[in-house]
Design a binder for this molecule. Structure first.
Ligand SMILES: Nc1ncnc2c1ncn2[C@@H]1O[C@H](COP(=O)(O)OP(=O)(O)OP(=O)(O)O)[C@@H](O)[C@H]1O
Length: 127
């Protein structure tokens, strides 16, 4: 049906734009590449240490939170550089706030990673 086709087409285009955004962030933001490397490390560690179902859910939620925070931080930085290229204290505070969001998400991710992995690593190394 034509309406179904339009719906699928719209979704496909939306995913393409979203994929472009991810590619842009990975290409231009070193922090995004660092987060991606940490994500791969966490997934490999999770497989190696056989984390439980609920631990996987928590790890994936945390990874998603950090990557999403970084994408929004990048978007806000670009938006401000585009709309208000001159220096202004408010622009600075807005950038500091979104960077603070990434920091909070990253600190929570580090804490959750330690809670899940540290006891397992200690068991593997010392027991
Ligand atoms: N237009 C501005 N006016 C005032 N202060 C700014 C402005 N742009 C940036 N700053 C200050 O400089 C800091 C760094 O800004 P910048 O845009 O370079 O982001 P960044 O943290 O280096 O991001 P990234 O490394 O992810 O590109 C901001 O957090 C803010 O404190």
């Amino acid at each position: 049906m034509a309406s179904d086709y339009q719906e699928i087409k719209k979704k496909r285009v939306g995913i393409c734009y979203a994929w472009n955004g991810l590619k842009y962030a990975l290409k231009n933001e070193i922090n995004m590449r660092v987060h991606l490397m940490m994500t791969l490390l966490v997934i490999m560690l999770g497989i190696f240490l056989s984390v439980s179902f609920i631990e996987w859910v928590l790890l994936l939620l945390t990874i998603g939170l950090v990557l999403t925070a970084e994408l929004f931080n990048t978007a806000v930085e670009l938006l401000l550089d585009y709309l208000a290229p001159e220096r202004h204290p408010i622009a600075g505070i807005i950038k500091d706030l979104t960077a603070g969001g990434v920091l909070v998400a990253s600190m929570m991710a580090a804490a959750i990673g330690l809670i899940i992995f540290l006891p397992k690593l200690i068991a593997v190394i010392f027991l």
